[in-house]
Design a protein around this ligand. Sequence first.
Ligand code: SF4
Length: 274
Amino acid sequence: MKFPSDFAFSQNNLQDFVECPRRFELRYLLRQPWPAIQSQPVLEHEQHLRRGEIFHQMVQQHQIGLPVPQISTQAYDQTLLGWWEDYLGSQPQPLPEHRFIEHMLQITHGGYRFIAKYDLIAIQPGEKIIIVDWKTGRRKPPHRVLSRRIQTRLYPFLLWKCSSAFDKTISYSPEQIEMIYWFTADPLSPEHFQYSQKQADLDGEYLLELTRQVEHCAQTVFPLTSQEQQCSLCVYRSLCNRGVAAGSMDDEMDNEVDEDNLDIAFDQIGEIEF
Ligand code: SF4
C-alpha cells in the first residue's frame, strides 16, 4: 500500500488510525467515498456541523478585530446565538495580544510529515505560547479522555518544534506552552493542558510509534477495529458488514467540523516548514 504523495499525518487521520486502522486506510489511503450517513437524525447532525463551522468563522473574525455587531448578524438561530454570547462572555482570559488565527504548521519528524491547523495561537514573546481550540461538540469530554486525544499530544509537540518560526531569535521550552480547549457545551469550564519536556519526549516517541504501526499495517493489513461501538458512527459500516443503522448524535464524542482538507493546503505553509 502506497501513501499519496501529498500525505501528512494530522490529528484527524491519526485519531482515525487509533480508533480503527481500517477506517484510516479507507479514508486516507484509498480515499473511499462515504457510503453511509454518520449519525441520526441526519438533519440535526448537519445543522450542528453547520453551526460549528459558522461559529468558528465568527470567532476567527472576532479575533482579527471585526466589530461584534457586524459578526453577530451571522448567528442565524438561537443555538448559535447562545454559543456566540457565551464566547463573548467567557473566552479564556487573559490571552497574549500577539495572535495567529487558523494557523497551519508542519514538521518532519522521524522522516514523516506532520501537520496541524490551530484555531488560535496567542504568544507573549519569550514568555509563553497558548494554543486555544474552540470545541462545538454536544458534550464536553472528561479531562482524562481529552488528555489521550491525538490533538492534545500532537498540537503542543508540533508547536514546540516549530516555535522559532514565529521569531527566530527566541526558542521556547515545552514548559512555556499551554493548550486550552473551550467548549460551547460548557463555556465556563475550559480544560487546560500545561505542556512539559517530559510530555514532549513521550509525545515525540508516541507519534513515531504510531507511524511505525501505520507502516506495518501498510505492509500487511489494516485491521477492523475490535471496538465495535466505533462502527455505529462510522460512515463505512456497510463496507465492513458492521451494521446498517446510523448511531445517535448523542453517542458522538466530538461533533466537529472535519478539518482534514489540510491535505490541499501545503502551499500555504511552505514558509514555515521545518
Ligand atoms: S465500520 Fe467499523 S471496522 Fe469498518 S472502518 Fe468503520 S470503524 Fe472501522
